[in-house]
Design a protein around this ligand. Sequence first.
Ligand code: TNX
Length: 764
Amino acid sequence: MNRSCKKNIFLKYIVLAVSCICFSIIPVWAQIHIIPQPLHLTAQKGNFILTSKAIIGVDQQSEAVGTYLQNYLTQYYKLNLKLKVYPHVPTTVAIKLVSNNSKGAQGAYTLSVAPGSVNISGNGAGVFYGVQSLIELLPASIIKPLKITACKIADEPRFQWRGLSLDVCRHFFTVDEVKKYIDIMAHYKLNVLHWHLTDDEGWRIQIDKYPRLTEVGAKVALYAKEGKFRKLDNLIDGGNDGFYTKAEIRDVIKYAQDRFVTILPEIEMPGHSEAAIFAYPELGCQDSTGAKHRVRMLDPSEHTFNFLEDVLTEVIGLFPNQYIHIGGDEAEMIDWLKSPTAVTLMKKEGLKDEKGVQSYFIKRIEKFLISKNKKLVGWDEILQGGLAESATVMSWQGEAGGIAAAKMHHHVVMTPLPYMYFDAPQANEELEPIGWNPPVTWQMVYNYEPQSSQLTPAEAAYILGAQGNIWTEKIPNAPHLEYMVYPRALAIAELSWSTKENKDIDRFDYKMKQQYGLFKLWDLNARLPDIVGVDHIATNKEQFKTTLKYPLLGARLRYTLDGKMPDDKIQSVPFPVTINVPLRESLTLKTYTTWTLNSQHIMQTANIRRININAAKENITNLKPGLSYKLIKTKEINYAKLDTITPAITAVINTANPMVLPVTDGDITWVKMNGFIKIDQEGDYEFTSGFELSPALFIDNEPLMIKDKNTYVEPQKAILHLKKDIYEFSGYYSADDANSKQTLFQLKTADGKLLDPQTYLFHL
Ligand code: TNX
């Protein structure tokens, strides 16, 4: 049996196993795991059986989408369905795609799957999105019969800007790789590809009037290797060269249009222009601080403006999109203070400082774009020195720029650090490929809300949507790009398409894991999910017992308990795996997970800390209900130095919810708590915290939880055997807006019963 045949059988096995789960689980999403979550979705009885005899009937407007579906079914399911175009699609046709020109949100559609028919109707991109939902209902492999669960969907997007960026400058990606990037975006109804086409490390777009941009500016890696350009030591491997011809760009634009993806081209200015300046040195700032200084700043000369207008004219000639991104980030404006051109310009135009020059620069480009009927988009630095009148702001340095711009009634795309940055590792950074830290987990992405609560509803309407950004300094090839972007981009898809009320992180978690069959079908190298339950544990038990399960069938585990990182040289075992070992002292669990259907491995570690816990020593009689709390408002960041500060509030609290004070003027609100936990029945107990950044918690002065660990990266819990007795309990944390909505701690019995804090919290 050849390998692909084996894989097919294996895929069938996965699909069967998943459908077995489906029969026993009631929720609709267990059967219909569409991402992003549709607005209205109900499961119906029965299935539609898809065979090559089914006809796809379309009206004229839906013909292209019909062809897309036809091709998809041929490519992935080897089914050759006939496509027929009708003036009015008859009801007898099995799969009907009909355009309606209703006024609903752009992209709205309805999809109904019944035992004998599939009906999709939508406006604009709607029919295409209906087809994408249908695609997600298909089994992830060629099993016969191909069953599609009957359902009814009425859906529309929350935001019109659902974006992903692609930096092709730090590393170049081929046309085919870009097309695949677009394909996957489109499957998840993402609709803006922000194509970062020029930067210091490469100019990637053919411009006829300035051939050296691609003859020289696109070959920076080669010149760097020859010692003619600075060392590209910010790139993981010295980079690679390449550019897109105009014909290739047109081809990609058409490809994206067919998938209802708009391409937003970015031509960086006035900073990040080293490759252009390398090709045409006269564009650079005249004064630099020496031969080694890298000249990345455009000189604000008439020559530069003419150059930019020429370049933009050619870019506009290619891209039909109404927006053009002109960068504007991280400009080294300090260079301008020494540039004779900039200094003269400042005097002539009455510009106060270098920020004034930046503002003048952007406004001038804006004027030019407006004259060409285009809208300017820029990174949030374009706010400095005064925002151009009609600019759309991409808020990347947190949300502040976006919020300020929305308050000024400018359109905004939210792409804030850290949540929307996919060049950050998505789990423990020590175990992931190098990236910009700290880690950004898919949960952090999912929980992000683009319309800040600091905005009024009218201001919030200026938020066009959200976008995930990827920078490729440390991303040398397409499989690695896919690893970094997926599955996190699915969280962007859902947060930008589905309503706030319709988000549900547990459901998303489940649905996301169901996508791996499709990922395999599409040959997408999405990062594998973590094993749930590789938790840092504090325990006073003499035995460590855990069962590790994995959400994908066919995954295998290698693990160690001796501190050495496991690798593929040791024997693997299939999941689930029960570990049951005596715990004389602390140990570290290290795991190495692989999955049959791709060549990845992911690693996790957890410390299993053995602690000793004694009951409170004094003879305690007059216990009062609740924990004693102190709130300390201070600028002091060191907890150990708080003792001398008088608390702003002292109180008794008998719930496990945190206390908060309004956060003001840069103060930290420290919360200290002290008291006892009274255990009425001997047994095993589990302590957990719902804080995203953990609090410090102690029993009998033994740390149960280490402060400030990101729970998605390093989950912590304590598993304790407690006698019927009274135990000293204490803890501290810094209160903020985020944790005010989270549960400070939870105590459960071994069988999972949640205990009411009023029954076990006491103080003297
Ligand atoms: C900042 S995010 C940049 C990028 C870099 C990234 C990581 C943004 C608007 N600019 O040019 O790739 O940091 O180095």
